[in-house]
Ligand binder design. Structure first.
Ligand SMILES: [Zn+2]
Length: 131
């Protein structure tokens, strides 16, 4: 059967659209089907121009330590279209249908430092999206 998958936990076969294994209750992970975005390493973010599309990599960017001592990310991830470049980062708008954050964003790209709000300003990691 085309698209059939096998439960990773109990090896039960399931149909392509099954979300939860009927035998053991394991949740199936759906593979990302969308077109994979091709990116180039971005050596100098200051060379970005208005209209360039960048991908912000998860796991970077500013964060703060919550009451449980856990690191909580304050960064923005996904695709962004550059509007302008300034001293400490870039102003950008979310790009593409997958972006959940609407509106204008400032992606911090400066040196790591403690911010006035108590968090840690750490630079985002950007890759240049090929177009
Ligand atoms: Zn199962």
């Amino acid at each position: 059967m085309k698209g059939q998958k096998t439960c990773a936990k109990c090896q039960t076969k399931a149909g392509p659209r099954t979300k939860i294994c009927k035998k053991c209750g394991e949740h199936f992970v759906f593979k990302f089907r969308g077109r994979k975005v091709k990116t180039n390493e971005l050596k100098d973010w200051k060379s970005l121009k208005r209209g360039d599309v960048v991908k912000s990599i998860q796991g970077y960017g500013p964060y703060w330590i919550n009451e449980d001592g856990e690191r909580e990310s304050l960064g923005y991830y996904g695709l962004f279209k550059v509007r302008y470049v300034e001293k400490d980062g870039i102003g950008a708008y979310p790009y593409g249908a997958k972006q959940r954050h609407g509106g204008f964003h400032f992606l911090y790209m400066g040196k790591e430092k403690e911010s006035i709000t108590g968090g840690i300003s750490r630079s985002h990691k950007l890759e240049l999206v090929k177009q």
